[in-house]
Design a protein around this ligand. Structure first.
Ligand SMILES: Nc1ncnc2c1ncn2[C@@H]1O[C@H](COP(=O)(O)OP(=O)(O)OP(=O)(O)O)[C@@H](O)[C@H]1O
Ligand SMILES: [Mg+2]
Length: 319
């Protein structure tokens, strides 16, 4: 089921895609995609190859939509890309540096190419902010580790005080500790400097912690958009933990129930993921009595973004 009528709790809409289609030859990368980018931290999620990077490149005016239009800050992304570029920063999925330059030289060069005025002191402050050691500033980028390159990429995206920063897989090369630090930094920049972000990532547990607005796309189309709560509300899979004795006899009966997705016994409790929570709640007393069992306790596990993602994508794949 496609949820087009999604109500978005956006404090301020700073970008919008209106039925954007992008074709590369016969490949349809975006297929009438409509979405809103909010002031704050936006998480762009979806399986591999569904158009996330294409949507980011289109927002930056690097590619022209085949149909529909995209706007950022009220400017058309294709026709007014120059007005947009001074307001945005980007960390590309596969970013390349001038490897023979030092980190400091790379940022000085990018300052010129971007046409922004950033002093040497400000560049060094940025490098400090992303925790790129002073000892690395004058070393060639070719000798940087993957994590150091990622940090330099983030510093580059922040050059010239952008209002909105696109981060395509910003933590993909980082170990868990460094990933956590980058996420903290993104939150800090949003709160303290009012910089908005659009982050594409497959690490949903991380996005869940920092994003205000989520955009879930599949095959170039919007599936769901909204706050974390709104994403959950529309989740069709609910997991219940049922403390029942004996759990095995109720489990055996639940196996035949059509709306049950997964079933397991953990620490003597039944963990039941169901597609229709109301029907499950109505049927459970009957099944417990049929099994001659007794109910001690029942609770709901709040689904995580991963579960929402899985059920939403599987649902359209079935149709
Ligand atoms: N320049 C291009 N030429 C041809 N096809 C392209 C081009 N760019 C993207 N595509 C195709 O468009 C579709 C969407 O690609 P895109 O890179 O936007 O996906 P994605 O959601 O970012 O995937 P991932 O999660 O793997 O990064 C894919 O089928 C891809 O092969
Ligand atoms: Mg991508």
């Amino acid at each position: 089921m496609l949820k087009n009528d999604w109500f978005i709790m956006c404090s301020e809409v700073i970008g919008e895609f209106k039925s954007v289609t992008k074709r590369f030859g016969t490949i349809v990368a975006l297929d009438g995609l409509s979405l809103k980018i909010c002031r704050g931290i936006n998480g762009l999620i979806g399986p591999n190859g569904v158009g996330k990077t294409t949507a980011i490149r289109l927002s930056l005016g690097l590619i022209k939509p085949s149909a529909g239009n995209a706007e950022l800050f009220g400017f058309d992304c294709w026709n007014k890309s120059n007005d947009i570029r001074s307001k945005v920063g980007v960390l590309y999925e596969k970013f390349a540096f001038y490897d023979h330059l030092s980190g400091l030289e790379q940022l000085k060069l990018m300052t010129k190419l971007k046409g922004v005025s950033v002093s040497l002191v400000e560049i060094k402050e940025l490098l400090k902010l992303v925790e790129l050691d002073a000892s690395a500033h004058n070393r060639r980028i070719s000798g940087y580790s993957a994590g150091m390159r990622q940090r330099l990429g983030l510093a580059q995206a922040l050059l010239g005080s952008p209002e909105l920063v696109f981060l395509d897989e910003p933590t993909s090369n980082l170990d868990p500790l460094n990933r956590a630090k980058i996420l903290e930094l993104i939150s800090f920049l949003n709160k303290e400097q009012d910089i908005s972000f659009l982050i594409s990532s497959h690490i949903l547990s991380e996005l869940e912690k920092i994003c205000d607005n989520f955009i879930l796309i599949n095959k170039g189309k919007l599936l769901r958009q909204g706050t974390l709560e709104q994403m959950f509300d529309k989740s069709d899979i609910t997991t219940f933990i049922v403390k029942v004795q004996p759990a095995e006899s109720v489990e055996a009966l639940l196996k035949n129930e059509e709306y049950v997705e997964t079933l397991s016994i953990i620490d003597n409790s039944l963990h039941v993921a169901v597609r229709d929570a109301e029907l499950f709640k109505r049927r459970l007393p009957l099944l417990i009595s049929q099994a001659g069992a007794s109910l001690d306790e029942m609770g709901i596990v709040k689904p995580d973004l991963e579960a929402v993602f899985k059920s939403a994508v599987e649902e359209v794949q079935k149709n």
